[in-house]
Structure formats: structure tokens, C-alpha cells
Design a protein around this ligand. Structure first.
Ligand code: ATP
Ligand code: MG
Length: 456
């Protein structure tokens, strides 16, 4: 199994609607502070989420699941993301939306399994033989291309490494030169090179080069102690999915047709069940030997009512397997038909047997004061200025419609204010925008009033 240099496949996402959320905002005793870490109100749900975080951290929750249930715009997605923030970046958190499973190319269960494995981390501790130090010289040595023709090739690289104890000059293979370039290593950087694999890791810039007026986001590290050539404990955090991908072979053989296929579907590799089993075996061995540690993370499935009976059944079984993450669901549905069945009605559209194993966290509608607090926070993060009268007006609109609609009014109102020659949103701007756009409820009302004018 390939374990060195496994690239992380964590989903990168910009969650701009929730960018003001920095955590659950609980005190040391686990009690919610009315307004903290970007969250407002919703105290009991936040406290419950705090307990879930504790359980995850103490590893008491693998294979369990909880459900955030409440009306639209009551902060379910926000709280799930706050949980992710609380867990920190060492615990994997894989967000997905129920509808993601419907793809014409990949099986529904395959999508679920992939995300399942993205949510399970493995922390690998290894003592490795490394060469570590501050780079004092980096010279590629070129020779004439041995194959004839033009140009030169790098035959080897001379690198000087310095530690507090001494310096060493190494002559390295050209393949390592490539990894040095990939990591953008320059003289003055602190790096280590793994003796066995030749993998290069840049740790940062040596702090002897730190200057007071340096504005760049650069991490400065002290000059390493000890010898250049030494044993070092290296910790690597990967997810099971990272391992799957790194060990999957590209599809197809070497013939032209399959190469074409690869061109059209770039980097498509097949991760089979067999491969996953193999990987699990190796992982278990590593765990037994004490080299690795399992870090069950969180799989967050938003809009869970979009899953159908087939995927629910699969999920239920997967939760029972030995290696499972914690699953957090969220939904705004009440009683509805379970997708993929004719007429089985169930709370939240989730089959009863699965529902039975869930811890349910309820979110409640916000009061007007809370809405105003949230709106103020949002305005701040979006860099929008709004006066008190206008804010209380949007708050009032929020109580009539939803928080989400009220939040959405902010940006167009800021634009309107600008057009009206103001830098701060005033009541009139909100009024103007309110006349231009409809919220869902009034739109539905108008639709039913003018039924006959719309196409059927
Ligand atoms: N308690 C809160 N504190 C601060 N911001 C919040 C809070 N609750 C919700 N928000 C913000 O309000 C907006 C709507 O909330 P969110 O998307 O979390 O609702 P939801 O319950 O997931 O709704 P839906 O059921 O429609 O998915 C988001 O921008 C969110 O960040
Ligand atoms: Mg949501």
C-alpha cells in the first residue's frame, strides 16, 4: 500500500453564507453564550451539539448518528458547520447534500461510500530516517543529454543542509530535484528529505531570515537541532478515501482506445470494493501495530430527505460496520413520503428503523431580537453598513418571512443605497427592495390569486 506522499482529497468549499460562524460559542461548562463565535440564540441546540462534539472527541460516537431538525432558516447547516469548526482540522469533516447521490455516472451507494471514507481519518506515526536542515545551497548539476539530441538533463543535485550542530552536503537523484521544485524549496528554507522514499517536505523558512517588515504569509521555523541525518517522528493525517485514491489503478489497459478514454475522462480511476477491503486490512494491521490511529470524523448529510429508501438501507448497514464515522443529518421536512417508496410516510422522510437510532436535535424559529443580532453579524461580515431603523425593519420582515430571506435582502439593499447616494442602508432602501422582490410566502399568495394567468 502506498502511504507516503498521499495527496489529500478533502473537499474544498467556500461556504460564504456561513462565513461568520467560528464555532459553537459555548463556555467551559458547555453552556451556550447568547451571542458568541458568530452564533446567536438557539441555545439548546448548540449545547446539544457541544455534547456531540465532546463525544466525537472522546471517540464515543463512531457509527452513531444525529439529526438536526427544524424549520427552514433556523440554523441547522450553520450549527453543523460550527461543529466542524469545533472539531478542528485534524478531525475529518465531510459535508454533502442528499441530492449528491443522484448522478448518472456513479452508483448512489458508491457516492455514499466515498463520502463515508472521506469522513474517516487515519493518523500515521512513523519514525523515519531523514535528512533535515536549513538549505544552504541547491545546485542542479547538468550533463549533456545521454540520449543525444538537444538540451541538457540534470544528472544529480547538490544540496547543503545546516542544523545547529553541523552541515552536510548531499548528492541527490534528479527525481528528488523535481520534488524540491514542487515544494518550491529555496536556500534559506528548512526542509527534510525522507531517506527511503526521497519525499521532500518543506517546513518553512528559517527564522534567521525573518525580517520585521515582512508582510508575506510565511511560516518561520527555528534551525533544527541535532544532526542532519537522524531519525524523526513524522505524523501524517490522511483519510481512508485518500488512501483509496492513491492506491487505485487507472482504468483500462495500455491500448490506444483506453488511452483515449483516459484522455476524455481525466484521472478517472476505479475504486473497487476489493481495493477498499485490502486497504482496510492494511489499516487494521497498522492500528494493531500501533503505527496508526483511527480518527472517526463527521459525515454531514444536509437535506437528508432527498435520500431514497435504497440509500437509507445502505447507510443503515454502513453505520454498523466496524469502521464508521459519525453521521450528522439535517432536514427541514416534517412528515413526508420516503423517496423511492410509493406511499410510506415517515417523520422527516427517514425510515423508522434508522430514525430510531438517531439523537435528534431540534432547532426553533428565532425571535425578532435574535434575527436583528444575526442580521447585524451578517452585515458586518459582508462589509455592509446599515442604520438601526433599517435593521429593525429587516428584522421585522424576517419574523414575517424567514431569516434566510431577510439575510438575502442585505446585499440588494446595499446596492440600492449606493444608487440613492448613501453609504449606509436606510429604511427607504429596504422599502424599495422589498417592493422589487418577493419572499416565498407572498409569491405563493400571488400565484394562487392569479392561477388562471399561468401556464399549466
Ligand atoms: N443562530 C445563528 N447565529 C448566526 N447565524 C445564523 C444562526 N442561524 C442561522 N444563521 C444564518 O442564517 C442563514 C440561514 O441559516 P441556515 O442555512 O443554517 O438554515 P437551515 O436551518 O439550514 O435552513 P434550511 O432548512 O433551509 O436548510 C445562514 O446564513 C446562517 O449562517
Ligand atoms: Mg440548511
Amino acid at each position: 500500500m502506498k502511504i507516503e506522499e498521499v495527496k489529500s482529497t478533502a473537499k474544498t468549499q467556500r461556504i460564504s453564507a456561513h462565513s461568520h460562524i467560528k464555532g459553537l460559542g459555548l463556555d467551559d461548562g458547555g453552556t451556550a453564550i447568547q451571542m458568541a463565535a458568530g452564533l446567536v440564540g438557539q441555545e439548546s441546540a448548540r449545547e446539544a451539539a457541544g455534547i456531540v462534539v465532546d463525544m466525537i472527541k472522546s471517540k464515543k460516537m463512531a457509527g452513531r448518528a444525529c439529526l438536526l431538525a427544524g424549520p427552514p432558516g433556523t440554523g441547522k447547516t450553520a450549527i453543523a458547520l460550527a461543529i466542524a469548526q469545533e472539531l478542528g482540522n485534524k478531525v475529518p469533516f465531510c459535508p454533502m447534500v442528499g441530492s449528491e447521490v443522484y448522478s448518472s455516472e456513479i452508483k448512489k451507494t458508491e457516492v455514499l461510500m466515498e463520502n463515508f471514507r472521506r469522513a474517516i481519518g487515519l493518523r500515521i506515526k512513523e519514525t523515519k530516517e531523514v535528512y533535515e536542515g536549513e538549505v544552504t545551497e541547491l545546485t542542479p548539476v547538468e550533463t549533456e543529454n545521454p540520449m543525444g539530441g538537444y538540451g541538457k538533463t540534470v544528472s544529480h543535485v547538490i544540496i547543503g543542509l545546516k542544523t545547529a550542530k553541523g552541515t552536510k552536503q548531499l548528492k541527490l537523484d534528479p527525481s528528488i530535484y523535481e520534488s524540491l521544485q514542487k515544494e518550491k524549496v529555496e536556500t534559506g528554507d528548512v526542509i527534510y528529505i525522507e531517506a527511503n522514499s526521497g519525499a521532500v517536505k518543506r517546513q518553512g523558512r528559517s527564522d534567521t531570515f525573518a525580517t520585521e517588515f515582512d508582510l508575506e504569509a510565511e511560516e518561520y521555523v527555528p534551525l533544527p537541532k541535532g544532526d542532519v541525518h537522524k531519525k524523526k517522528e513524522v505524523i501524517q493525517d490522511v483519510t481512508l478515501h485518500d488512501l483509496d485514491v492513491a492506491n487505485a489503478r487507472p482504468q483500462g489497459g495500455q491500448d490506444i482506445l483506453s488511452m483515449m478514454g483516459q484522455l476524455m475522462k481525466p484521472k478517472k480511476t476505479e475504486i473497487t470494493d476489493k481495493l477498499r477491503k485490502e486497504i482496510n486490512k492494511v489499516v487494521n494491521k497498522y492500528i494493531d501495530q500501533g503505527i496508526a490511529e483511527l480518527v472517526p470524523g463527521v459525515l454531514f448529510i444536509d437535506e437528508v430527505h432527498m435520500l431514497d429508501i435504497e440509500t437509507f438501507t445502505y447507510l443503515h448497514r454502513a453505520l454498523e460496520s466496524a469502521i464508521a464515522p459519525i453521521v450528522i443529518f439535517a432536514t427541514n421536512r416534517g412528515r413526508c413520503v420516503i423517496r423511492g417508496t410509493e406511499d410510506i410516510i415517515s417523520p422527516h422522510g427517514i425510515p423508522l428503523d434508522l430514525l430510531d437510532r438517531l439523537l435528534i436535535i431540534r432547532t426553533l424559529p428565532y425571535s425578532r431580537v435574535e434575527m436583528e443580532q444575526i442580521l447585524r453579524l451578517r452585515a458586518q461580515t459582508e462589509g455592509i453598513q446599515i442604520d438601526e431603523a433599517a435593521l429593525s425593519m429587516v428584522g421585522e420582515i424576517g419574523t414575517r418571512t424567514t431569516l434566510r430571506y431577510a439575510v438575502q435582502l442585505l446585499t440588494p439593499s446595499a446596492l440600492t443605497a449606493k444608487v440613492n447616494g448613501r453609504s449606509v442602508i436606510a429604511k427607504e432602501d429596504i422599502q424599495e427592495v422589498g417592493e422589487l422582490f418577493l419572499d416565498a410566502k407572498s409569491s405563493a399568495k400571488i400565484l394562487s390569486q392569479h392561477k388562471d394567468k399561468y401556464m399549466k
